[in-house]
Write a protein that binds this ligand. Structure first.
Ligand SMILES: [Zn+2]
Length: 409
């Protein structure tokens, strides 16, 4: 008995020593379940809404390790993305160099390690893949985006058409989106697969203003001299039957002291979440300050995908109620991992981003991760004779032996 226990102990210790990455990952996946983050929350209250759900397609969940990593790489601020690369690229290269094997093999593993994260980052921006969609119980509510671009914007992805934009929205549960290209008025009618609504994003003095509704040409020069001139744009938009929303990150970066003047000038609302890398880091404290102003003055607070044709997933949706007015007419629902971006220092990104990702996994995603890890572990851990290929080679050999035996009998 004692010897059996000893053998088991040796096997276990060897197993731990041989597969530290897989076993460490399993431990982290289980540990992170102890402090779970809801995948989406109300951006104002932080509450989980019971009348909506983030639905992951089967293929998204089946490929959860890839799906979740690509989502997590999409929701990084610029600074955090840089810090993330700066740590993980050399770390994976060094890990490759320290692997056992011939020198050539180790160099190859190091190069593969170094390019892994950049390749994943490119995949996050370009790779077609299944995406989660927001599903809302109340059919009277419209799931809407207030701010998105096509290739008519100077910085829009080339070939990113209205149809592409509408399909991108439809796949994620949107029923409508305003089209707000930079300084290019959109006033067409599109009904399928979602409604595209008239809008434009005006670049004026140190500020972008999203105009929605009755948009028409304005002479930007008249609003680009200084802050006072810029603020006059709101009244001009009202004259045309449009409303004006102050866009992120500009009012946060350039006009944080002017918010009362924005209100006095007639701003109709503020973005409080914007998924663009330079805006996604808007901190929770600033968000709370803006929604307090909006609640008192009955102004809109909205979320913006600010999609430019890059990236497959939005970090935010709006639930618009036709029966309500002003502040109460719109609810902002955002991915928790996106809202957390402003609360963590850039240099922590290498470990906070993976941890935020793990915390916000659903149980079906956790099971998918564990299944993939176990499959890879079994593949690598099956004992083999010298010279045999890994895992599947064993399977192939035992199959061919069986076939031989069958033939003989
Ligand atoms: Zn924009």
């Amino acid at each position: 008995m004692a010897s059996v226990a000893l053998i088991l102990k040796i096997v276990r210790v060897n197993f731990l020593r041989r597969h530290p990455v897989a076993l460490g990952l399993i431990a982290l996946i289980l540990l992170s379940a102890l402090s779970p983050l809801p995948p989406v929350v109300d951006a104002v209250t932080g509450a989980v809404s019971l009348d909506l759900d983030l639905v992951r397609p089967m293929a998204y969940t089946a490929l959860a390790p890839l799906s979740n990593v690509l989502d997590a790489l999409t929701f990084l601020t610029l600074d955090r993305a840089k810090a993330f690369l700066l740590l993980w690229v050399p770390a994976l290269a060094v890990w490759g160099l320290l692997r056992p094997g011939s020198r050539r093999r180790r160099v190859l593993t190091a190069v593969l390690g170094a390019v892994t994260v950049p390749v994943l980052a490119v995949a996050a921006v370009l790779l077609p893949r299944p995406v989660p969609r927001l599903v809302v119980a109340d059919s009277a509510v419209t799931v809407i985006d207030y701010h998105a671009h096509t290739d008519r914007s100077h910085d829009g992805r080339r070939g990113w058409t209205l149809e592409d934009l509408a399909e991108w929205h439809a796949a994620q549960g949107f029923g409508a989106s305003y089209v707000t290209d930079h300084n290019v008025v959109f006033d067409e009618e599109v009904g399928e697969p979602i409604r595209l609504l008239p809008g434009v994003e005006w670049s004026v003095y140190d500020q972008h203003i999203v105009a929605l509704g009755g948009v028409t040409f304005v002479d930007r020069a008249a609003f680009s001299r200084d802050t006072r001139a810029m603020l006059r744009l709101f009244a001009e938009l009202h004259r045309h039957g449009a409303i004006g929303i102050a866009s992120l990150p500009e009012y946060w970066r350039n006009h944080w002291g002017d918010l009362d003047a924005f209100v006095a000038a007639g701003v109709d609302g503020f973005e409080i979440v914007n998924c663009a890398p330079k805006a996604i880091g808007f901190p929770a404290g600033a968000r709370a300050q803006v929604w307090r102003i909006a609640a008192v003055r009955d102004l809109l607070v909205v979320g913006a995908s600010d999609n430019h044709g890059w990236g497959k997933v939005t970090c935010v949706w709006n639930l618009s109620s036709p029966s309500a007015h002003g502040y109460r007419s719109n609810r902002v629902i955002a991915r928790s991992i996106a809202l957390a971006q402003g609360d963590w220092e850039p240099w922590t990104a290498a470990y906070t981003q993976p941890w935020l990702m793990l915390e916000s996994l659903s149980w079906s995603e956790r099971l998918s991760w564990l299944t993939w890890i176990l499959v890879l572990l079994i593949y690598r851990a099956v004992p083999r004779r010298a010279g045999d290929p890994r895992g599947l080679g064993i399977l192939a050999r035992s199959l061919s032996l069986k076939i031989l035996k069958l033939r003989r009998s």
